[in-house]
Design a protein around this ligand. Structure first.
Ligand code: CTP
Length: 415
């Protein structure tokens, strides 16, 4: 995976950088950490060293015991110039949190520490996640410094708005969650370095709403979590991801293009349009199977009673598979109750012309709609694989691994 340089400057949010380092290392990246002196007052270098498995550098005069190598790499035979080596070899450099002081130094081109010197010497994508008190962030000096850095091609990750470290204070200045930061760094990695670079992935998520009258609808309990996890995982692998979200309350992952729809007919229309340029379709949404015939123009009155006539909606998955091209991979989802679930899913695989059906056993109360966890069986024409209960993110990775294997077996190119 990638060589990531993480700069940590002084701020309370420095503790979140520990989690970021952990997530990046878990994701398989080689991470080296540079801290400012002030940052070491907030968190210890030893914590980062334990997490990433490499020494932290602070002063530009310090010798790097790893001679510019990232974890998992061979060390150089010679002793390179410390402050240039990591900056010259990294695939991306993220400073998180970037304090107001560090932002000012970077905008001025100062080089008074390992963090600032490396920033100046780095030609890889550079990202900055400012985090500070909201008044310090809003101040004209900080904003002008950030504008200067943006103009120079630095990607500034906006801080979130919310409760701040100082008691009772609320405003913009919070460091975004480590997962978000990692997604942004991964999205900034140069093309060609990631396994799904060049691949276009279309994910549908959530549940459609079929209107009865202007205030009522027939809906379902799909939260969209599984689709969001799939979109995030595909973007992390380098794919260009479009998410068609049907009534999803959750935010789209960083770097993912989101298109919102409400009804099954809208989902069908947008999916049809987008499918033409898609390599992989992950149909995780739960479109309604029926819709009321004719939507009342005014709110229906309880006293008048209600009889609904429902008509079946279009089977979107089946109609898209019917017009697929050889380089396209189509994945469907099936929610089934115990017993003959696998046989029914196999039937769906054939009927809907999909390459893979991701089977969810909805009789298991531990998994499903609102849950953060899931367990699935991946059913292909000749394969059947159990993915044991895990986070939806981990299950998403397992689904994409299987899609990758399928495409490789068929010699389907990345783009
Ligand atoms: N699906 C679709 N269009 C619909 C309904 C479902 O594309 N109108 C897709 C879902 O996104 C999912 C797959 O079809 O990927 C399976 O959905 P499911 O509701 O299990 O399939 P049905 O064909 O409705 O099967 P059943 O006979 O069990 O109702």
């Amino acid at each position: 995976m990638a060589r990531l340089l993480l700069g940590v400057s002084g701020g309370i949010a420095a503790y979140k950088a520990l989690e970021l380092a952990r997530l990046a290392t878990l994701a398989g990246h080689g991470v080296r950490v540079l801290m400012t002196e002030t940052a070491t007052r907030f968190v210890g270098a030893a914590s980062f060293e334990g997490i990433v498995g490499a020494p932290v550098l602070i002063s530009e005069f310090e010798r790097d015991p790893m001679r510019g190598a990232f974890p998992g790499e061979e060390q150089a035979g010679h002793d390179p110039i410390g402050h240039l080596e990591l900056a010259g070899r990294c695939d991306a450099y993220l400073v998180a949190p970037a304090s107001a002081n560090t932002v000012a130094k970077l905008a001025a081109g100062a080089a008074d520490s390992m963090l600032t010197t490396s920033f100046l010497a780095c030609t890889a994508p550079r990202l900055l996640a400012p985090a500070m008190n909201d008044r310090m962030y809003a101040d004209a000096a900080t904003q002008a410094n950030l504008a200067t850095l943006r103009e120079r091609g630095v990607e500034v990750i906006e801080p979130d708005e919310g409760k701040l470290a100082s008691r009772g204070e609320y405003g913009r200045g919070r460091l975004p969650d480590p997962e978000q930061l990692l997604a942004r760094v991964e999205a900034a990695l140069p093309a060609g370095d990631r396994p799904w670079d060049g691949l276009r992935v279309l994910v549908t998520a959530g549940g459609t709403r079929e209107p009865i009258d202007p205030v009522r609808f027939i809906g379902n309990r799909s939260s969209g979590r599984m689709g969001i996890a799939l979109a995030a995982a595909a973007a992390k692998r380098g794919a260009e991801v479009t998410l068609i979200a049907a009534n999803v309350d959750l935010p789209a992952p960083a770097g993912v293009r989101r298109l919102d729809v409400e009804t099954a007919a809208q989902l069908a229309e947008v999916a049809e349009r987008e499918f033409a340029t898609t390599h992989v379709l992950l149909m995780a949404a739960a479109p309604a199977d029926f819709r009321p015939v004719g939507v009342a123009s005014g709110k229906l009155q309880r006293s008048e009673g209600l009889e609904l006539l429902l008509h079946p909606t279009q089977d979107i998955l089946a109609s898209l598979s019917a017009k697929r091209r050889p380089e396209q991979t189509v994945v469907g989802f099936a929610a089934e109750h115990g017993g003959e679930a696998v046989e029914r899913a196999r039937g769906k695989l054939r009927r809907k012309g999909a390459d893979l059906i991701v089977l969810n056993d909805v009789s298991n109360p531990e998994i499903g709609f609102e849950s953060e966890r899931n367990a699935v069986t991946l059913i292909g024409a000749e394969t059947e694989k159990e993915v044991p209960i895990d986070s939806k993110d981990a299950v998403a990775e397992a689904i994409l691994d299987e899609v990758g294997r399928l495409r490789e077996k068929r010699g389907q190119p990345a783009s």
